[in-house]
Each structure stands twice: as C-alpha cells, then as structure tokens.
Design a protein around this ligand. Sequence first.
Ligand code: DC
Length: 220
Amino acid sequence: MPLVIAMDGPSGSGKSSASKGVARALGLRYLDTGAMYRAMTWWMLRNGVPVDDAEAVAARVREPVIEAGSDPAAPTITVDGADVSGPIRTREVTNAVSAVSSVPAVRARLVELQREIIGTGGIVVEGRDIGTVVAPDAQVKVYLTASEEARAQRRAKDLAADPGASVTVTRAEQARRDRLDSTRKASPLAKAADAHEIDSTELGLVEVIEAVVRLAKEHE
Ligand code: DC
C-alpha cells in the first residue's frame, strides 16, 4: 500500500514546513488541505456570500473549481483557474475561514476533492481532520503541537507584510480560530487515537522532519 502520512495540528504548529520537508525527503506528493478551505473562503468573500450564514455558504459550495497542485517543491492553489496563493493568506480570509470550514457541506465537498487527490497514496496530507476523517487508514499519523506563544510568533512572521498583524493581535485572532476549529460540530481539530504527538516548541524544523521520516520508515 503506498504511504499516506496524515499531519494534523493547530495553526502555527509548523505543519506546512514540516509536511513539505517530509514529502521532499521521502519523494512523496504533498497536499495542503488548509489552502483548500482558504480558497473556498476567498471565493465566498469575493462573491459577496455572507460567511456567517451557513445556509448561504452551503448553497454555493459546488460553484468554485478548486485545484491544489501536489508538488512539495512548488505547491499551487487555484480557483477557477486563477492563482490565489497570495490572496488566501490575507487576514480577511484567515479570520473568515473558521466560519466557512464549519459548514458541513463545505467539508463534504472538500473532503471529496481531497480523497480524489490522495488517490491510492504516496502523499503527505496536512490539515485538522486528516487522521480522523479524511484518511483514517493512513499508515502514519502525526499530531503536531507547539506552545501558544511559539505558534503566535510563527504566524506573526508569516504575516510580517501586514501592518495590523502584531504578535498580540495575531495571538488573539489565532486563539479565536483554534477555539472555533476545535469546538465546531463537523470534524473538529482532534488528535486521532493512533496519532503520534510531536511538540515542536523546542524542536527545529529539521528535527521535526527527521522524527516523522523515522516514523514513516518504521512502516515500510
Ligand atoms: O492550516 P491553515 O491555517 O491554512 O487552515 C486554515 C483553516 O482551514 C483552519 O483555521 C481550519 C480549516 N481547516 C479545516 O477545517 N480542516 C482542514 N483539514 C484544514 C484546515
């Protein structure tokens, strides 16, 4: 069975860098499911859909064509053929994404697309519900955490170009997003019973990648 590595955890835990690094080290594909939720959110905002109205959001989930490229060296995300890799990282999208991703119809649509991309495997998939819902049969499941402070620092660095995004503001917005993502009814952020927890607060990126590669090798 080709390998599927599920990488779940809260925002700022270092999932993206670690997942891409693991995929490159092992010659696997890479899928950022958070980018897909962001792309859906960007499209809803762009089309004037009130993102706090679950019914309004649910009614439109099949309209955008969301495509995620799975090369870890150059992951891509497009909506209706247009590159949205920049716009999906704005604070506007970041602060609306939890509402959109709590809508069951959004999740059903994106999980369907994610399973198509995962196919028979050979891929590292990062998100919130990969080990629990999207790929419960993944051979390797990792739950990556880090202290709230370390996560806010990393996020603020990602948002350095945005003048409103101080560490304090980022920390508050992140705490809100984590609370929404962990308490929503539909597939909340959760550690799978068989996931290996890695705390990256004190670990460098290379050490996290090495730890996951070791787990993958044990499954060969
Ligand atoms: O990983 P990220 O911060 O780019 O994810 C953005 C949002 O998408 C996150 O706040 C919750 C949602 N998400 C989700 O609900 N399920 C996933 N598998 C991935 C992301």
